[in-house]
Design a protein around this ligand. Structure first.
Ligand code: BG6
Ligand code: MG
Length: 218
């Protein structure tokens, strides 16, 4: 199937790093003296690091100088990386490896399309880096999701038209970006939250065996 390609989001689709982002942002909020809950954390999914800090500071009603924000972003990432360096293949989410094997067997190419600047490191930690034909990450884009840029660069790496690309995403901003890119969007997670997706699955173990051969080509 050379006319179909797949673009995977990373955080929340391949690995559950949202919990580590949460711990690092919560630590920061604790230090700044306000509460940051898991519900608040939902707002940061799929959002760039810089934008995440803006949302967090809005929640805490805290105003900081640009210098202080820069320092905080460095500190947050250092804290987050402490968890990332402990990650291994056991943290790959259920269904991911099966799905990659299926795509390989069908000859369907896949790349990564993530907002994270830590994406290559995380893929290396879990041993999946070499499986992807290309990596588009937070270092490669000038506009963050929900802008479609990350996925359009992914389509270029796949050498396919946007409408031939299937995007797997767990974030509202990511589904919006895929839809704007004119790609087939697949929401992974809560279908109420991701109601704008073309298809919805709770997780990757739920993808039917004929999804690529029949469902999306129908
Ligand atoms: C996204 C996550 O994949 O990457 C966001 O869903 C995160 O929560 C963003 O803020 C940026 O990640 P990083 O690793 O560059 O701080
Ligand atoms: Mg995600």
């Amino acid at each position: 199937m050379n006319n179909t390609g797949v673009i995977f989001d990373l955080d929340g689709v391949i690995v559950d790093t949202a919990k580590y982002h949460y711990l690092a942002w919560k630590n920061l909020a604790d230090n700044l003296g306000f509460e940051f809950t898991e519900t608040h954390n939902e707002l940061l999914k799929g959002v760039s690091r810089v934008r995440s800090l803006e949302i967090l500071l809005d929640i805490g009603k805290v105003d900081l100088s640009e210098d202080k924000k820069r320092d905080i972003l460095v500190a947050k990432n250092e804290d987050y990386l402490k968890y990332i360096y402990k990650m291994g293949a056991n943290e790959i989410l259920p269904g991911v490896e099966n799905l990659l094997n299926t795509l390989d067997a069908l000859g369907i190419k896949y790349v990564l399309g993530s907002a994270s600047k830590n994406a290559p490191l995380i893929l290396n930690q879990v041993g999946l880096f070499d499986r992807f034909r290309g990596i588009v990450d937070g270092n490669s884009v000038s506009k963050a999701k929900p802008d479609p840029e990350v996925f359009l660069i992914g389509a270029e790496k796949l050498n396919l038209k946007p409408e031939c690309c299937v995007v797997f995403e767990d974030a509202i901003a990511g589904i919006e970006a895929a839809n704007k890119a004119n790609m087939i969007s697949v929401g992974v997670g809560d279908d109420n939250t991701l109601s704008d997706a073309d298809f919805n699955f709770k997780n990757l173990t739920e993808i039917p065996h004929n999804f690529f051969t029949e469902v999306i080509s129908a």
